[in-house]
Design a protein around this ligand. Structure first.
Ligand code: PMP
Length: 351
């Protein structure tokens, strides 16, 4: 830390992104990316958009939001586009949480929530998930906090039902409930349909997982017109050009090929079920996943050792040091060939 670093951030512990190693080719199952390339239309759209990068991008993202409205069945005034869904989490915390509306989220969830909370000096309650790693809905009913729930949750992969989400939203009418649906396309139930009914619901999503564009950095938020206007107040006070023109073009093209991505999700779901069965066959405990990853622990080898040994053999998975989950690894679901290789390697390591 330099002597100039502001005291207000002195205690900040930044988020640790998953490894993106450049040293050799790995079977990369550590950051929940899609193993499939973007659709052909994305390549063409990006190269066409490259011709006008001398101009600023459209801060309103008009064309992209119109396409989003069509695909998701909303009005464009219910939509804001962001530079990866991480950005909307930060914006939403800035907009809707403070000491009078502190944050509440599970103790086992996306690691960026406490980081954004601390960055913005917002107090937060970490509510323990149950022993089976499920979220207890009762903990969030009438909690009088700004609630943030990843649904499905990460890194557990476990999903709450739409009825459970609705109960939380309904019971907290004076607080915003942020539902982070980064993984919803792999078997969860989206809360988008509740937006017309509740003015306190913000749903966030991303093109990083189901739409094969983690490197493009494109996310979105859905909510009432007033909530979206508040997010825009923060966005225009931070970075109005948060969506560059190549990203916007890629997003529009991806939505035009939505069927391709949804078919890929079906393949990932099949590969996930195959992987879950194979891991259970090897004696692993695997949590019930509705995502493009599985969270699993071997009874024979601890999480960190398994992570290290897999890495030595060219397979990257994600290990978290948090004591409650240190025996687990989060394994992204890739192609069936990648998963077969993973299982063969784990078999060798655990026999
Ligand atoms: N929410 C959750 C639960 C995630 O796991 C991730 C990915 N790490 C994100 C949001 C952010 O994804 P992105 O910024 O790539 O949209």
């Amino acid at each position: 830390m330099s002597r100039f670093f502001s005291n207000k951030h002195a205690a900040l512990v930044p988020y640790t992104p998953g490894e993106q190693p450049q040293d050799k080719e790995y079977i990369k199952l550590n950051t929940n990316e899609s193993p499939f390339p973007p659709s052909a239309g994305v390549y063409d759209a990006v190269s066409r958009a490259a011709e006008s990068v001398n101009l600023y991008s459209d801060p309103e993202c008009k064309k992209l939001r119109a396409k989003m409205a069509e695909v998701f069945g909303l009005s464009d005034e219910n939509i804001v586009m962001v530079n990866g869904s991480d950005e909307i989490l930060n914006f939403a915390f800035m907009a809707f949480a403070d000491e009078n509306a502190p944050l509440a989220f599970p103790d086992i969830t996306y690691g960026f929530y406490p980081v954004f909370a601390r960055l913005n000096h917002i107090p937060y309650a970490e509510i323990p998930v149950k022993d089976d790693f499920t979220v207890d809905v009762n903990d969030y009913l009438g909690i009088h906090h700004t609630v943030v729930l990843a649904n499905p949750n990460a890194p557990t992969g476990i999903c709450l039902s739409l009825a459970e989400i609705e109960a939380i939203v309904r019971s907290n009418p004076d607080n915003v409930v942020i539902v982070d649906e980064a993984y919803v396309d792999f078997g969860g139930e989206s809360a988008i349909g509740l937006i017309a009914k509740y003015d306190n619901l913000l749903v966030c999503g991303t093109f990083s997982k189901s739409r094969s564009m983690a490197g493009v950095r494109l996310g979105f938020g859905f909510g009432s017109k007033a909530l979206i206007a508040d997010i825009n107040t923060i966005r225009y006070s931070t970075n109005p050009y948060n969506i560059n023109s190549l990203t916007a073009a890629a997003g529009i093209a991806a939505l035009e090929d939505n069927g391709y991505y949804m078919e890929n999700c079906e393949v990932i779901i099949e590969n996930r079920e195959w992987t879950v069965a194979a891991l259970r066959g090897l004696g692993f405990e695997v949590l019930p996943s509705k995502t493009n990853f599985v969270f699993a622990q071997s009874g024979k080898i601890d999480g960190l050792t398994l992570y290290r040994k897999l890495k030595e053999r060219g397979i990257l998975v994600r290990h978290f040091t948090l004591p409650r989950i240190a025996d687990f690894n989060r394994i992204t679901v890739g192609t069936i060939e990648q998963m077969q290789c993973l299982i063969t390697t784990i078999k060798e390591l655990t026999e």
